[in-house]
Design a binder for this molecule. Sequence first.
Ligand SMILES: C[S@@+](CC[C@H](N)C(=O)[O-])C[C@H]1O[C@@H](n2cnc3c(N)ncnc32)[C@H](O)[C@@H]1O
Length: 210
Amino acid sequence: MDWLPKDPQIADELARLHEAADRSTAERRERGGFKPEENTDDIVRLGSEYLALSPEEGRFVYMMALGAQARTVVEFGASFGISTLYFAAAMRETGGRLITTEVHPDKCNALRDTFARAGVEDIVTLLEGDARETLKQVEGPVDLLFLDGWKSMYLTVLDLLTPVMRPGAMVIGDNLNLASAQEYSDRVSDPANGFLTQILGRTGLSVRLD
Ligand SMILES: C[S@@+](CC[C@H](N)C(=O)[O-])C[C@H]1O[C@@H](n2cnc3c(N)ncnc32)[C@H](O)[C@@H]1O
């Protein structure tokens, strides 16, 4: 691993999580893999799967949050907290806060332990349950939205948060290569819909226009 955030507690926990995610990915490959878009109808399946950002992708989202000097970040889909901890590390630097979401009860339990070990309980709020409901309570202004839950729900989450996103707020959408994210990609790719978007590989970077 070439780079981890400088906060030692966050770095230790991230190193542990990346190792566990690698093991989980290897085991899944042995079982023949899976297609995420086949699981969008059942939001609590894949309970033990990490489905996490790589260290390089983690560094990328950390850079985006830090570079934007984001003070309020919202994450759709925490899983076991890998992306969450990269954002938390950036929020340590900016003095900001992170609101994350996870629907799977076992993952929520694991996340609470992870946040305690990483020492980020003061900056991370976990909203447990279906983000399409829990995110209704978020107050703005939101500076950065990270979409990494089930892809068919990206548009619903975007619509929920658009009213509390500040002009210039950034949206990072992961896995836009999947068919289930197509409706989302189509919407944000048309500037008439209020976002300017560049899709780089499987990642969409959008900025909310005035
Ligand atoms: C791809 S994983 C997230 C990986 C995580 N961002 C990381 O880098 O470690 C997607 C997660 O979103 C969660 N999820 C899916 N739909 C959800 C919903 N409607 N509300 C809350 N969480 C959801 C799933 O349970 C799963 O853990």
